[in-house]
Write a protein that binds this ligand. Sequence first.
Ligand SMILES: C[S@@+](CC[C@H](N)C(=O)[O-])C[C@H]1O[C@@H](n2cnc3c(N)ncnc32)[C@H](O)[C@@H]1O
Length: 191
Amino acid sequence: QPAVDTELDRRVQAFLAERQGTWRDLNVPEVDGRTLYELIVANGFRNAVEIGTSTGHSAIWIGWALGRTGGRLTTIEIDPRRHGIAVENFATAGLDHVIDARLANAHDLVPQLEGPIDFVFSDADKDWYTNYFDALWPKIVPGGCFTAHNVSMNQLGIREFLDHVRSVPDAVTTIDTRSRAGLSITCKRQP
Ligand SMILES: C[S@@+](CC[C@H](N)C(=O)[O-])C[C@H]1O[C@@H](n2cnc3c(N)ncnc32)[C@H](O)[C@@H]1O
């Protein structure tokens, strides 16, 4: 359980407790949000990207962690309704100063994002995961990680994505098995 010791911690935890069990827009389960949080805090990541905001559940966990490390998150959503709810949620949780929520097609925006990047969470269209990875990997710093959701599910593009990341020479990929949907974590080796 993350410690509660600052005003931000109290506000985010109150928000998450109030919304527990109410996330209905393809949002990650709490256990996966917690894993993302722990990964960011443990590594001190500060320059994060999320592909697929939906209404913001995972972004709240990522943003909370970045609130602790002093980082920032850029998160991208194509659906205006979900994007609008996410923006409201970020303000309610007290994380709007940490999260830059973009309404855009990630196919167009991701290749334009500037580095350096140290953390990515990919959770949008699975058949585009390999393209997102190839666009961002050169901008990820050594020690940084590209994570992807639903890799244990038999969806189009997942097998190709996993084969691809496992073939990258400067990458080490593990699968977090606490995640029922499967969370891959691909980190760039230090030179
Ligand atoms: C599984 S949901 C994301 C859940 C979110 N990470 C959470 O835990 O709250 C996937 C989202 O990706 C969005 N999406 C799909 N294709 C996209 C694209 N090309 N660009 C941006 N967003 C996209 C969908 O509209 C959907 O809201």
